[in-house]
Ligand binder design. Structure first.
Ligand SMILES: O=P(O)(O)OC[C@H]1O[C@H](O[C@H]2O[C@H](CO)[C@@H](O)[C@H](O)[C@H]2O)[C@H](O)[C@@H](O)[C@@H]1O
Length: 790
């Protein structure tokens, strides 16, 4: 092992958190296993350093890369045995190493953090750290990888809550984790301890305005001061009691590496797709060059226009930053020398720290603000500027800006706030000429227009404040987590393909025997079947239904107790041809744009819209993506356009599909259409057309003719089929179906769905339908139909 084997240090007792020093610990189970089976010295890793120390519990918990929790040494050995067996079959040394690397031993972590570094999972569970006291443990819902009911913990956690719902959820709480806590810490004048107060300027603090009043808000983050380890317990307790803040005390050198190194040099550039230096080169040189260009192109501004460049002092250090800074200074000097006059310098370069009030003063007098960041998540400068310009009172403003409020913005199209500023002049900051022209246009604009643009922006800024954003984030979160505690989480896939899906605990495999017995007892049955991916495998090349499927569907639709429909996105011609032997079968084609109750009936056109002008807008976009995506194609249906990427490279096709979805949604935003994803397709279809509407029509018609369905079987595999499942509960509440109706909503494949049941694949669906066909009443079949079904 690469770890030096030092003498074991005793485990801290639960009441005594570990002192602030690095301790090496005895070899863990996983280390011993690694040594036993692999030459681990080849792999230079030390997983223990990544372990987060938490106050000790008395057992180990291992988390493997597929999310399975292994909680005993015995289980670990079993896992190892199975992996080594796989290894012999030519398998997965690396995979196992990765799994082992992900092992988290809660007891054996290297205790390099200070005592305030508490376990965030505990916070989430409602176990607030009470310093120096043993804590009660509750557990979060576990992640499983195999179907079944989660067994109760068999360990020594006597205090754990056995219910799925932690008691803490009775009280609404939100935990805000941020770099800095929204508190100001000052040493007491006598140097004995600290005074704390809320930081009223902190956005984090203002978040609460958008949250429900009874919501408890807990903050986790660092302080801006360095608190001696001896004082940390007391400070933590005080901040928790009085401010609901949990401080993370990072030693200064770790904080510097974390913030200036990891955050600024790695995470920020990574998330903004740029090298660290190009940012600084952050909010500046492109703008100076644009100013130079504007003065050259529009000499009328020489002697009149001044660019005040407020540059935050560089947060990092190093030769590269110094060079960048020197370059900026040189640009300012060059421009000022070229265009300056006695008493006039076109560029005022401020690279010292600027207080908020000074910044507000600059914003208040600025005729225009120019933000040319080449990449930024949000950038609040334009909003702050608009608010400051609104705040100018007539008595404070110069005679020139007396009268109506006005402001002008030139903003980079690459910053997050750009789309929300519809009155701003948007530029590509790399295009210096265009930026220069935009600056000229902005300051040359007539006052009335500046005023209109300002009013528009101010309306947006004043209604989209911090409270607005926190409220909308919170609502999104609430919607997403609505059933969080009810659902079971399942780990699916491996490595990068690993994901956790949350499924309803009642989601289960459809029991054919049970359904068959209900089928036999029922009198009015509605059977709604999707086509592709349900009765027809997606992988099949021949898309026509097999003779077996035709025979089964024919038998089912021939039973007078049954109303059977194929409800598909496909066009009517192929469905009509394929199912021509099934005379009594209903067909809904193109998501219900066309509907036919039996082969004797005419096709009804159900679309509300006969206006297809949008096709001319959608098709060129689809063509663009088709040209760029080898293997993709466009399908033109009567009511819809479909872009297929099944035959394209899987990952490229799917990323193109995501991009096209966004593209089409914005191009067609004002058109009466919806853009939907399906199995390897993006489909644009008229609004109001859905399989849900089809299902509703069928149930309504049955009820209207005195044959309200007492049995509903609805099977589908795709997103569009979810609309059928969804409509069932509203059909029961509206009385179209009875609360006694036996409903079998079934999706194909195990995945999050509105359906309560699943079958694994189309083969199982066909078996299930076969069982129902066999249970159907042969007496109700016509002679011709019984011939076919034989
Ligand atoms: O509602 P469904 O019966 O599931 O039909 C939905 C779509 O079916 C067709 O696309 C599907 O089959 C294609 C092969 O023929 C395949 O490449 C694609 O991935 C599948 O989604 C049809 O072409 C679409 O118009 C339907 O919307």
């Amino acid at each position: 092992m690469s770890n030096p084997q030092l003498s074991p240090s005793p485990s801290p007792s639960p009441s005594e958190p570990s002192p602030l020093k690095v301790q090496m610990v005895p070899k863990s189970v996983s280390e011993r296993l690694l040594e036993k089976f692999f030459d681990v010295s080849e792999y230079d890793f030390d997983y223990r350093k990544s372990a987060i120390w938490s106050p000790p519990v008395r057992r180990n918990v291992f988390l493997t890369s597929n999310g399975r929790i292994i909680s005993t040494e015995k289980e670990m050995l079993e896992k190892l045995e199975s992996v080594t067996r796989r290894r012999r079959r030519g398998g997965c040394i690396l995979m196992f190493l990765k799994e082992i690397c992900k092992v988290i031993t809660r007891e054996e972590g290297v205790k390099m953090m200070s005592r305030s570094y508490t376990n965030l999972l505990d916070l989430a569970e409602g176990n607030f750290p009470v310093m120096s006291q043993p804590r009660e443990k509750k557990r979060l819902t576990r992640v499983m990888t195999v179907p079944g009911v989660i067994s109760e913990p068999d360990d020594d956690q006597d205090n754990s809550v056995s219910s799925d719902v932690p008691s803490s959820v009775n009280q609404d709480r939100i935990i805000v984790v941020a770099n800095q806590l929204p508190v100001i810490a000052k040493r007491r004048p006598d140097n004995k301890g600290w005074n704390f107060s809320w930081d009223d300027y902190s956005l984090l603090l203002q978040l609460k305005d958008g949250l429900p009043e009874e919501m408890e808000i807990l903050y986790v983050g660092s302080l801006r001061v360095d608190v001696d380890p001896n004082e940390q317990d007391e400070v933590s307790q005080h901040l928790l009691d009085k401010f609901k803040c949990v401080p993370a005390f990072l030693p200064p050198e770790i904080f510097t590496k974390f913030y200036h190194g990891f955050c600024k040099q790695h995470v920020w550039p990574l998330f903004h797709y740029m090298l660290p230096l190009s940012a600084n080169h952050g909010g500046v040189n492109l703008k100076l060059l644009a100013m130079q260009q504007m003065l050259k192109q529009h000499p009328k501004w020489q002697g009149r226009a001044v660019l005040v460049q407020i540059t935050n002092p560089a947060r990092g250090t190093g030769k590269d930053l110094e060079n960048t800074h020197d370059e900026l200074k040189a640009s300012c000097k060059r421009i000022n020398e070229a265009f300056g006059q006695p008493g006039y310098e076109p560029i005022v370069f401020i690279d010292r720290p600027v207080s908020l009030s000074e910044k507000v003063a600059y914003y208040t007098i600025a005729e225009c603000v120019v933000v040319t960041a080449v990449r930024d998540g949000m950038n609040l400068t334009p909003y702050e500027y608009v608010a400051c310009r609104q705040g100018v009172s007539e008595s404070e403003s110069s005679s020139e800006s007396n009268g109506p409020k006005k402001s002008m913005l030139v903003v980079s199209e690459f910053i997050g706030c750009s789309p929300s500023l519809s009155g701003a002049i948007r530029v590509n900051p790399w295009n210096i000429e265009a930026t220069a022209e935009a600056m000229n246009e902005a300051i040359s604009m007539v006052d009335a227009e500046k005023q209109l643009r300002h009013e528009k922006h101010y309306r947006y800024v004043s209604s989209h404040d911090v409270a607005f954003w926190s409220r909308s984030f919170f609502q999104d979160m609430e919607r997403t987590c609505k059933d969080h505690f009810r659902r079971r989480c399942w780990g699916i896939g491996l490595s990068f393909g690993f994901r956790v899906v949350a499924l309803d605990p009642n989601f289960r495999k459809l029991s054919i025997d049970h359904m068959e017995s209900v089928y036999l007892r029922s009198k009015n049955r509605a059977i709604l079947l999707d086509y592709d991916g349900t009765v027809m495998p997606q992988t099949s090349h021949n898309k026509a239904p097999s003779a077996e499927v035709i025979s089964i569907i024919n038998t089912l639709s021939g039973d007078t107790k049954n109303t059977v429909f194929v409800v598909s996105g496909r066009g009517k011609e192929s469905l009509d041809k394929w199912f021509s032997p099934c005379k009594k079968l209903g067909i809904a084609a193109e998501h219900g744009y066309f509907m036919r109750w039996s082969s004797d009936d005419k096709w009804e056109v159900c679309g509300q819209s006969s206006e297809f002008g949008w096709k001319e807008m959608a098709e060129p976009v689809m063509k663009l993506y088709t040209e760029a995506t080898d293997g993709s194609s466009i399908e033109t249906k009567e009511s819809a356009l479909v872009w297929h990427h099944r035959d394209a490279d899987p990952s490229f096709g799917s990323s193109q599909a995501k991009e096209m979805l966004d593209h089409l949604e914005s191009v067609l935003a004002n058109e009466p259409v919806t853009v939907k994803r399906g199995q390897y397709i993006i489909e644009v279809k008229p609004q109001g057309l859905s399989k849900g509407v089809v299902a509703e029509k069928i149930f309504t018609s049955m009820a209207g003719s005195g044959r309200q369905a007492d049995f509903v079987l609805c099977v589908g595999d795709d997103r569009s089929d979810e609309e059928m499942f969804e409509i069932i509960s509203s059909a029961i509440s509206s009385g179209i179906l009875s609360s006694n109706t036996s409903v079998f909503a079934c999706t194909v494949g195990q995945k999050p769905s509105k359906a309560k049941y699943y079958l694994d694949d189309p083969a199982e669906v066909v078996n299930m339908l076969q069982a129902l066909a066999e249970a159907s009443d042969p007496g109700s079949l016509t002679e011709y139909e019984s011939d076919i079904s034989l």
